[in-house]
Design a protein around this ligand. Structure first.
Ligand SMILES: C[S@@+](CC[C@H](N)C(=O)[O-])C[C@H]1O[C@@H](n2cnc3c(N)ncnc32)[C@H](O)[C@@H]1O
Length: 274
């Protein structure tokens, strides 16, 4: 159909794997990003592909540019901004709940997160939310991403927090109140530059801890109270997660040596440009 989902990207296999069980169901699919950008006569390639792949589906496309003229049988297109919660709510009240949502819009991290927050509650209880082009999570200019360890606020850090939510029953945090995403995400699957979030009740409790809310921590160490873990600062969490323990030890002792040596070195250089 001419979509860049295969070719420029390699998403077709993953889509086929995750959507195969829905193929002959009368589903409702919403895709953010019709294609063709400012040209109102261009785009709609992926919507036509979905219509062919899902012969009983209703396909909805939304785009910030006017594309309504590309609507066809079983394909409805609306104009709006994916970061506009009210617009997304209106689309959902008209066409939802959605069995599938695909975010292939601006790929700006704040937009990706805002759309997910607005649309995930409008996803059917066994629905799937797919997000493309997550490489922008690592790109600062134009997308609000970051490749540094301090990557708070990117699409990927947002999704990684949802991964933690799969295990919310194990959080040793006093008075923790599970979020909607904690209790309604069954799995997340990541591929190169894309992710699938499978909705479904996540109600299995811990085999050790009582259900939330608990008045106090149970397994936290006195020297490391749970309050420091909750909410642990994202840089510290990603540092711990990304750097193996032994390497962390080497890095920390090197930093300590440098910090200890710094005053002496500064003293020698006193009054001169470094
Ligand atoms: C990569 S194209 C979509 C391609 C299409 N899904 C396909 O696979 O063939 C991205 C589209 O997102 C639209 N877009 C950009 N920012 C948007 C926003 N804030 N809200 C909705 N759509 C947006 C652009 O106009 C463009 O048409």
């Amino acid at each position: 159909m001419g979509t860049d989902k295969e070719g420029a990207h390699s998403y077709a296999d993953a889509y086929e794997w995750h959507f195969r069980h829905l193929r002959h169901r009368a589903i409702t699919l919403l895709e953010i990003g019709v294609g063709g950008y400012r040209d109102s006569t261009s785009g709609g390639e992926s919507l036509r592909m979905w219509r062919e792949f899902f012969p009983r589906a209703q396909i909805i496309g939304i785009d910030i540019h006017p594309k309504e003229g590309l609507s066809e049988d079983r394909i409805a297109i609306l104009q709006g901004d994916q970061s506009d919660e009210k617009f997304l709510d209106d689309v959902a009240s008209r066409y939802g709940p959605f069995d599938v949502v695909i975010d292939d819009g601006s790929h700006i991290c704040a937009h990706v997160i805002a759309s997910f927050r607005a649309l995930f509650p409008h996803l059917a209880e066994d629905g799937i939310y797919a997000i493309e082009d997550l490489q922008t999570s690592y790109w600062a200019r134009g997308y609000g991403g970051s490749s540094g360890l301090d990557r708070a606020g990117t699409s990927m850090t947002f999704l990684q927090e949802l991964v933690d939510g799969l295990n919310y029953a194990e959080f040793d945090i006093p008075n923790y109140v599970p979020a909607y995403t904690d209790t309604w995400i069954r799995s997340l699957t990541f591929y190169h530059n894309m992710a699938f979030v499978q909705k479904g009740a996540n109600t299995e409790g811990s085999n050790v801890l009582q259900p939330h809310p608990r008045p106090a921590t149970v397994l936290a160490l006195a020297s490391a109270p749970a309050s420091t873990r909750s909410p642990a600062s994202p840089p510290r969490r990603w540092f711990r997660r990304l750097v193996p323990k032994r390497l962390r030890g080497v890095m920390i002792s090197t930093i300590r040596m440098v910090v200890r040596a710094a005053p002496k070195a500064l003293g020698r250089n006193h009054g001169r440009d470094p």
